[in-house]
Structure formats: C-alpha cells, structure tokens
Design a binder for this molecule. Sequence first.
Ligand code: NAP
Length: 317
Amino acid sequence: MTDGFTPFRRLAIIGLGLIGSSIARACRQHGLAETIVAIDRDAEVRARVTALGLADVVTGDAAKGVAGADHVIFCVPVMANAALAATIGPHLAPGCIVSDVGSVKGSVVKDVAPHLPESVHFVPAHPVAGTEHSGPDAGFAALFVNRWSILTPPEGTPEAATQRIRAFWEAMGANVEIMTPEHHDLVLAITSHVPHLIAYNIVGTAADMEKVTQSEVIKFSAGGFRDFTRIAASDPTMWRDVFLTNKEAVLEMLGRFNEDLLALQRMIRWGDGDGLHELFTRTRAIRRGIIAQGQETAAPDFGRTPAPVPPVKANPQ
Ligand code: NAP
C-alpha cells in the first residue's frame, strides 16, 4: 500500500481500455483498492482482463458491477457516459464517489450528474496522460507518473470527496490540479484537441495527394510528418467524441489558429524572414519549457520510446 492512502474497499472501473487498465494496474501495484471490479461490454476485453489478472471480479453487467462499490470510475469514450450513468445510477451505494477520466469535462458533468442519487459524490477527473494505443494490453501502471490529473468537481461537491480523489491520483504518481469544467475544456482545446485535429488533417491531406504517391509519403516521412502520424493514429471513437462534445472551445481555438496561419502565409508570401524567425524562436522556448518541467524528454526520438519515469512521490493524505 502507498504510504498514507487508505485503499478503497471496492473500486469499480467501467471500460478496461488504455486508461481503465492502466488505473487497474496502478491500483494493483500500489494497493489502492481491496477489490477491483472490471466492467466492460466487450467479451474479448473481459477475457484479456481476466488473463492479465487486472481485477478480482470481471463482468459485463454494469449495474451489478457497481453494487457496493465505494469508488466507480468511468473510463469509456465521453459520449458513452450518459447511457452508462442512467444504467448504474439506481445501483450506486450511498457515499460512493463517482469519477471519470474523460478528455472533455463540461459534457461529462452535464451527462452524468443528473443520473446520480443525492447520496453519491461526483468528482470528474482527466489524467493528461495517454498514448495512441487502445485496449487492455496497451495500459501500464506508470502511465500517470509525473503527469497532471485535472479534477473538476461541480459546485456543492463535499471537499472530503475531492481530497480523496486527489489523494488517489497522487498515489498513482500524478500531480493534481483543480479547475472548473469550462476552463479545463478551453485549456485542453488548445493544448490537446486542436493539435490532434491538425494531425488528423495533415495526415489526411498527405493521403489524398495526387502528385505525391502514398508510398513516397511513407518512404520519405521526415520527423515532422512522422510525429503527426503518431498523433493521428489515436483512437477514432475517442477523438470523434472529444470534438463533438467540446465543440465551442475547439471552434473558438480553431478561429484563432486560422488567423495565425494566415499571418504566417503572408510572411512567406512577402518574404518576411524576420517575422518567421521571431516566431520560431518563441515556439522553441515553449518546447524547452515543457522539457524543463519534466513533461517531455529532450531525446531526439521523443514520443517513440517511453521516457524513463521518476519514482512515485510520497503521498500526502
Ligand atoms: P480505449 O482504450 O478505446 O478503451 C475504451 C473502453 O470503453 C473499451 O473497452 C470500450 O469497449 C469501452 N466502450 C466504448 N464505448 C462504450 C460504450 N458505449 N459503452 C460501454 N463501454 C464502451 O479508450 P481509452 O484511451 O482508455 O479512453 C477512455 C477514456 O479516457 C475516454 O473518455 C478518453 O477521452 C479518456 N482519455 C484518453 C486518453 C488517451 O490518450 N487515450 C488520455 C486521457 C483521457 P469496446 O472495445 O467494446 O469499444
């Protein structure tokens, strides 16, 4: 058990993909739950979870699976949350803390909260950690180490419930920040959602070109394009849901992005080398800042081999 963290008695994880299975592994490694219940609609996923020994109970029945749990985490694509919340709501035990890991927070609060009984507490979370891989085999216990997990408790959530979820993420090695769902969605629109859209777009454009063949694109993929293809390989269902549920923030950020792109286009057209150089100097400093904060490695093959992870820090209760 991780020092200072009282394990959950019965933790139910719904959706044993990359994130859900990583949570199960981290909980096993650090002893964060006495019993882990894995709930997944997919029989193949359930068979893998059983074979990998990720949970004590494995079921496809969400209503039965959450019964008696003191912590339930939704780890499914964000647009699946509403139906699942309606299914499990009546079966939740009083005092249970419900959370999630969705990449969009406004829609989760809107979709899940109305289905929860008053005796249950809701502390949405978003671990800003992941890979382009999906499914229970893709997860690993150290995924959250030294990564941020953002909590967005709705107004009225008891402070004790929020602090319990903070301690849970810290016990898995994450750093925790608390903000409103609206602010989360705006920040993540520019740091994660729009970059993914740009990657999907540039890889799609390259695939559709007529004068450059697809085999040339693959053969001569220089660092820039290759890194975009990694991001553009991310799960299609997850990312469809992100763009449909964080529509306003993404459209707002895309508007700004398009204006800035036009300015760059103009600099190239008019030969404004100083303007280009000045921008590239500023952007290089941002990359260096990310490395300095330990959120990325400076190794030239970043993103393709996992960075060495620092040990889990002591967990304040
Ligand atoms: P994943 O590996 O694809 O796993 C998702 C799991 O949810 C699968 O077992 C899937 O089962 C199940 N599922 C899908 N639709 C469902 C539905 N309608 N009802 C019940 N179960 C359903 O996905 P993931 O990457 O772990 O993402 C899960 C959540 O984490 C998403 O909300 C995502 O926004 C968030 N997140 C992801 C990342 C990342 O980098 N991947 C990072 C942070 C947060 P099937 O096999 O039947 O589809």
